[in-house]
Design a protein around this ligand. Sequence first.
Ligand SMILES: Nc1nc2c(c(=O)[nH]1)N[C@H]1C(S)=C(S)[C@@H](COP(=O)(O)OP(=O)(O)OC[C@H]3O[C@@H](n4cnc5c(=O)[nH]c(N)nc54)[C@H](O)[C@@H]3O)O[C@H]1N2
Ligand SMILES: Nc1nc2c(c(=O)[nH]1)N[C@H]1C(S)=C(S)[C@@H](COP(=O)(O)OP(=O)(O)OC[C@H]3O[C@@H](n4cnc5c(=O)[nH]c(N)nc54)[C@H](O)[C@@H]3O)O[C@H]1N2
Ligand code: SF4
Ligand SMILES: [Mo]
Length: 687
Amino acid sequence: MNVNTAIQNGTIRTLCRQCGIRCGMKVHIRDGVIVDFSALDEQPEKREPICVKGRAAKELFYHEDRLLSPLKKKPDGSFMEISREQAFDEIAEKILHIRQEYGARSMGVWKGEAIGYFQEEDYARRFIHAFGSPNYLSNDSACFNGRYLGFLLVHGFWNSHPEFEHADLIILWGSNLAVSHPAYMREVVKSQKRGAKLIVIDPRLNQTTKRADIIVRPRPGTDGALAWGLCRHLIKANAYDQEFVDKYCIGFEAFSRSAEKFTPEFVQQQTGVKRQTINALAEMVSANLPRISVFPGIGLEHQENGVNDVRTIACLAALCGALDIKGGFTWPEAMGERKLSLCDEVSLRDEKPIGADRFPALYDYRWECHTMTAMDYMLGNGEYPLKGIIMTAANPAINNPNTRKVVQALSSLELLVVNDLFLTETAQLAHYVLPAASFLERSELHFHPKYQMVALSAKVAEVEGVHDEYSLWHDLAHRLGFGKEYFPWENEEQVNRWILEPTGISLEALQKHPEGIVFKPVRYEKYKNQRFPTRSGKVEFISQYLKELNLSEIPEYIPPRYLRHPDNNFPFILHTGARNPLYYHSRYHNIPKFRKAFPVAEMEMNPEDADRLGIENTEQVRVLSEIGAVQVRAKIVNSAQILPGFVEIPHGWQDSNVNLVTYDNINDPISGFPLLKGIPVRIEKIP
Ligand SMILES: Nc1nc2c(c(=O)[nH]1)N[C@H]1C(S)=C(S)[C@@H](COP(=O)(O)OP(=O)(O)OC[C@H]3O[C@@H](n4cnc5c(=O)[nH]c(N)nc54)[C@H](O)[C@@H]3O)O[C@H]1N2
Ligand SMILES: Nc1nc2c(c(=O)[nH]1)N[C@H]1C(S)=C(S)[C@@H](COP(=O)(O)OP(=O)(O)OC[C@H]3O[C@@H](n4cnc5c(=O)[nH]c(N)nc54)[C@H](O)[C@@H]3O)O[C@H]1N2
Ligand code: SF4
Ligand SMILES: [Mo]
């Protein structure tokens, strides 16, 4: 592996992108070799010391399995190395063929978590719209869009990172923050030290519940009832912010009528949470108004009715008068940068984006197609065929629900190109595999909405044979004839200058301040002088938009399917995807020291259940749903940790791939998210 570091000896200040938090980081280089990482000293209160995942960036960068050349699949299924020129020429030719045969919309792009949020993701968006297809697919069909939609439909804005440090009460709702976002958890703990209270709502005990003042353990998928119960309590006790509701909200009458039914008795019956706990929760909310910060996690979004549950929480926030205030639900302001994505300029709505007929909000609000529906289009069961995909930074053969169908669908494409650091399970299905650059090999802009801050990461090194994300889209676009118009910049530095130009912040200033520059000081109570960015300009307890789509205008509560239709054949309820501190979905499983610490996937189960089924600790068992089975090692945990009747299996494991049993076709009606928590399964001993 031939590596050229930006300097031979010394330190480069940049950002870590081993996870979505993007901590400031110093990269130490000795004789042209990356030897270590340490935390950036500037603004230490905002940043976490470099964690174990971050430090593993070195092992990944120099990993012996890294792809260093494009690969082409041979007829016998094996791969051969080819030149970059040949790979791009052939890929472009095949794309043109698909466009000619089936039309532009038969091509799509797919991005994964590793490059999500802004610039790198927007290259893919720009590319596919410039090509003439609306089909942008991503991991976000199962990540954060549910939350985003829930808040956007009610408030019109969302801040991905609440101001925990100023809150009096923090509610972590379906989120194991201590593991998933350790830097945010540090803020929570700091706030607790200054007197803030913490409520954690999670059926399972974990690192985060350990720190809670009150732990609430609802049956999975019943959170909506709990949220409605809290709203009812505030309304009945006249403890809600009447002035805010009267002046700045619509639909309160209808909402409060719907709240009537969520008596403590009804909520207890649905959630299994005792009335006393519900009352304690309600009292803690009332006592801490209005500085209340709620962080809803994927424990809600991965439910069948997650968006409505988040909408109810968003309504609760309005009742609390917690919107756009310090320590509440803060409303971030934009920087005014140029947008790479062409969605506003070239909408392509008329081209029938995949899934927009089923889940219109996903396209209307996020310009995303529905990734699960795309599988049907690949398999020839859509309105038109999807024939080619350029995929980058994603591993759906492990991470998407219903793996068997995903593999079938991807294998049936005429063209699958995968851009990745490694020959992953998904890359093995591809016709062409391209070697991807890691975050250390690119320079990109990062936005932190909470601080209204922008930062620039530094290109630390170049690896011979590997090209950055921008080159991928640039070089393809130029071969396809729209490069001059849409990808005119020669490199990422030119792109960065173009994005920043209207903001008055220079690239040079950002280079001097790798910790970031605040582009606008945070302001509160903006709503007193401007409309909320919803359709009506007010906070929407009921949604006319959803009503027009024949969806419930009220954020209705629907009990989870295992309560609606219990099935004796599948008597256990499976959660999937509890985060492991060392792994990131399917990533980092190839780091030997991590594998030593966590060698196999384990299914957590309650000792009573294990006893009843005669299952021993560490025994291999089979877990089945209607569509598949997965073999996994049983881990019998403390009886308090997981409720009887429930089991938990992490995702991201090749040998015990839990997505073999998850369904792609049980979806949230608004976001289309798959049900990944609360799946009815059966557990069998292996003879
Ligand atoms: N180390 C590591 N960190 C990560 C990731 C990773 O893979 N590894 N992934 C990143 C990504 S992309 C994401 S989206 C985030 C997700 O981060 P979070 O949103 O914080 O999600 P989790 O940490 O999985 O915690 C979800 C919690 O919801 C609980 N839960 C399950 N069902 C229900 C329910 O019905 N109701 C309630 N109230 N709770 C429920 C689960 O028990 C679990 O503790 O993590 C990010 N951080
Ligand atoms: N059952 C179940 N399934 C789930 C979840 C769950 O809770 N339960 N969680 C879901 C969620 S929230 C998410 S976000 C998805 C994540 O799904 P994916 O986006 O598919 O996530 P990763 O496994 O992180 O895959 C990222 C790929 O990017 C590659 N990569 C790393 N860095 C770079 C880079 O800089 N450039 C490029 N081009 N590639 C890079 C890695 O090698 C890896 O193969 O999984 C979802 N799947
Ligand atoms: S939390 Fe760890 S992996 Fe994530 S950005 Fe910070 S140092 Fe990197
Ligand atoms: Mo995610």
